[in-house]
Design a protein around this ligand. Sequence first.
Ligand SMILES: NC(=O)C1=CN([C@@H]2O[C@H](COP(=O)(O)OP(=O)(O)OC[C@H]3O[C@@H](n4cnc5c(N)ncnc54)[C@H](OP(=O)(O)O)[C@@H]3O)[C@@H](O)[C@H]2O)C=CC1
Length: 270
Amino acid sequence: MAASEPRPRVDRLEPMTTYGILGVGSIASAIVTGLCDGVSDAPEIVLSPRNADRAAALASTFPSVRTATTNQAVVDASDVVLVCVLPEQAPEVLRGLAFRADHRVVSAVAGLPLGDLAALVAPAQEIARSIPLMAVATRGGTTPVFPATPSATTLYDLLGTSLHVDTEATFDAIVGASATVAAYFDYLGTITAWLADRGLAPGDAGPYVAATFASLTDELSRPEVDFGALAQAHTTPGGLNEQFARDLRQAGITDAVRRGLDRIHARVRG
Ligand SMILES: NC(=O)C1=CN([C@@H]2O[C@H](COP(=O)(O)OP(=O)(O)OC[C@H]3O[C@@H](n4cnc5c(N)ncnc54)[C@H](OP(=O)(O)O)[C@@H]3O)[C@@H](O)[C@H]2O)C=CC1
């Protein structure tokens, strides 16, 4: 199945769950799309009013989606509240809202610790952090959740697979690891620019590099993925892949990646 083709939904939705979403940006749009696109019994979803154009576009595309007039109206109408605002916006947005004890809260906000989140949404008890990626739009996301509350695991199993994480420190390490995507594209961009500098038309260089790495997707899709074995499988002794990997290691790239991750982890842990 192509990566962009929506997967069939696994039917594990609790009956009558209404999702409320605070912050209708990129990740919220992906979640709404994954919950609703091609789904005949999509859940009711209530969107916060800010970013009205994006909310209106989702509401007009999916019949079970509507926009509330205030953030409090989103919370009042919802069983499960998804927090999808930016980290710096979250305390102010949540502080002004009244939650019920039976509200379930799932936060996508990177860097907002569970304890701080719990204080902001009190008296709600069932609270989880999560790291959704854009693949949730096609129900192909693997989403780390901490703790693995029923509402968080149900939601992300509908959107692909939930990954249950045991401690908040490990969860924050995954937040750090998820910050490596821009660097990955920068790496591919560097290879593309280098090829263009050596005469390949820029319009051909990008698609060539993209196709080279896209062709590896199947190898990444296996549940028992082993990066050491994959590296070995792509290495001929004395060959070009071996030389390039050695050059990068000797230049300190591996250590730089670890140091960068350490710095991100420290930042996420505050
Ligand atoms: N994008 C991603 O791949 C991932 C994102 N996340 C997390 O998800 C969260 C959202 O990220 P992302 O979707 O990329 O960010 P966006 O900036 O795209 O979305 C945030 C949205 O929140 C809205 N907003 C701001 N203030 C309020 C408010 N008072 N009430 C209601 N809505 C408000 C913003 O509106 P406006 O534009 O008008 O300011 C914007 O639409 C972040 O905390 C991020 O850490 C986590 C994993 C992956």
